[in-house]
Write a protein that binds this ligand. Structure first.
Ligand SMILES: [Zn+2]
Ligand SMILES: [Zn+2]
Length: 450
């Protein structure tokens, strides 16, 4: 009999909670002030379905809104809640709460009621009919054991992030439209593709560089399957990766003329602009003679109007000094961006971090290039024609001009004397370089692009 008593106490303790929980569930839910499209709504979170969040207002009315329409801080807390609910798999129960009572909770309530009745019967029979009481007690213990054997869910939260709406390709189209003559665009369901040869047609290059690796711009063929890819369905990264310790290889954004924008820090971690590696337009050439920018090319503000001045490779836009509606830039977050009118974007300025402090969006990383050289995938490939050269100390680039179709002349000054790199290529991919040194002597070399 002592065993039965012990089991009964255990049973009552275990089930008192579920009985009380059912009664007190509503009163326990704290109401929160949510900001939806700028409007404040007081209520509590009910559920999320297909990106829509359902809020039960204080007056009992249920409203729903896109997760994106909530303020950024709401999105963060809501996405944590959603992740938690998905984890404990109670989504269905909460959904059914919209129709007052769920079958599940009714069943649980009924189940508890039967057990309480059985318990009362057991206590009554205890003295008059100990054998029946013993049998009933054993049965209840068995039933209880079966019930508690059901797997208990764990309350761990996951790093699920808010679902963002798909970017309208016509929005990205506007970014590149002023440069239609040198940029081709297309899109599918996943990416917006930008095709270019990689040589800017509307501004000069190279002039102003005082720390030069002797590279010059040649076409790169960022076309076809080697086009730049901008994700159309951006997602927030659970832990945005800092540009101080990541992405020192490859592009992180694309300018409106299809030229890639690299990390403001070069692959040695130095601010490329500050140390004179960049020309007057914020660009220079890499080891494959690939022209790219390292800072936000704010000169595109002149042609962008109220449109972004670049698109980041996480799918978020980069604006200049103004908001999309033409007003002055609002306060930025630690990643150098913010959610403005429900959409996240970065802003560019002429000081570090220039346009992006961390990659706010989720990106895929190239497993073959570990941090800090972890480049984003997909990434268009640049292809050179000659071995990479080394820094030419003391040289500054003083002129750069086209000398014909597919022909350029770069002038640099070293020890107050002028020197030149004249180069040209033909349709077969044969590149001819003529190097004229400060002593006036020239050497010529040819390379063929494979
Ligand atoms: Zn570079
Ligand atoms: Zn903004």
């Amino acid at each position: 009999m002592k065993l039965i008593k012990y089991c009964l106490i255990l049973f009552i303790l275990a089930h008192s909670g579920s009985l009380l929980a059912h009664v007190g569930e509503h009163s326990n839910t704290k109401s929160v002030i949510y900001t939806i499209m700028g409007k404040q709504v007081e209520g509590h979170f009910l559920m999320e379905r297909d990106g829509k969040v359902f809020i039960e207002q204080k007056n009992g009315k249920i409203i729903s809104a896109d997760l994106n329409d909530f303020s950024f801080s709401n999105q963060t807390s809501l996405s944590k809640k959603i992740a938690f609910l998905k984890q404990i798999n109670t989504e269905n129960q909460i959904a059914k709460k919209l129709a007052t009572h769920t079958k599940t909770t009714e069943y649980q309530f009924f189940y508890s009621l039967i057990l309480v009745a059985a318990l009362a019967l057991l206590l009554m029979l205890r003295k008059q009919n100990p054998k029946v009481a013993y049998l009933l007690g054993s049965f209840m213990l068995f039933f209880y054991a079966c019930k508690t054997n059901e797997a208990e869910p764990t309350n761990t939260t996951t790093n699920t992030t808010p679902t963002l709406s798909k970017t309208d390709p016509s929005f990205i189209e506007k970014v590149f439209s002023p440069y239609k003559s040198e940029v081709k665009t297309r899109f599918d369901d996943t990416y917006f593709y930008v095709e270019t040869e990689g040589i800017p047609q509307t501004h000069n290059m190279m002039v102003g560089i005082t720390s030069w690796q002797q590279q010059v711009p040649i076409p790169q063929g960022y076309t076809g399957s080697n086009a730049w890819s901008i994700p159309l369905k951006p997602e927030f990264a659970a832990s945005p990766l800092s540009l101080k310790t990541n992405f020192m290889k490859g592009a992180v954004a694309i300018a409106p003329n299809g030229i890639p924008i690299f990390n403001p820090l070069n692959n040695r971690g130095e601010d490329a602009f500050v140390i004179g590696e960049l020309d007057q337009w914020g660009g220079h050439c890499g080891r494959a003679d690939d022209y790219h920018y390292h800072i936000a090319p704010l000169h595109f503000e002149a042609t962008a109007g109220n449109n972004p001045i670049a698109m980041a490779l996480d799918g978020f836009a980069i604006y200049g000094s103004k908001e999309p509606d033409g007003t002055t830039m609002k306060t930025l977050d630690e990643y150098h961006g913010h959610t403005y009118n429900t959409t996240y974007h970065y802003h560019a300025e002429m000081k570090y971090p220039y346009f992006m402090a961390a990659m706010r969006g989720k990106v895929s990383l190239d497993p073959s290039t570990p941090a800090p050289e972890n480049q984003i995938l997909p990434q268009a490939k640049s292809t050179g024609v000659r071995p990479a050269l080394t820094a030419l100390k003391g040289a500054s680039i003083t002129n750069f001009k086209a000398t014909g179709t597919n022909a350029y002349s770069l002038e640099y000054t070293l020890d107050e004397k002028k020197a030149y790199v004249n180069y040209a290529w033909d349709s077969k991919g044969v590149y001819s370089f003529s190097f004229i040194g400060t002593d006036g002597k020239s050497t010529t070399t040819q390379y063929t692009k494979k």
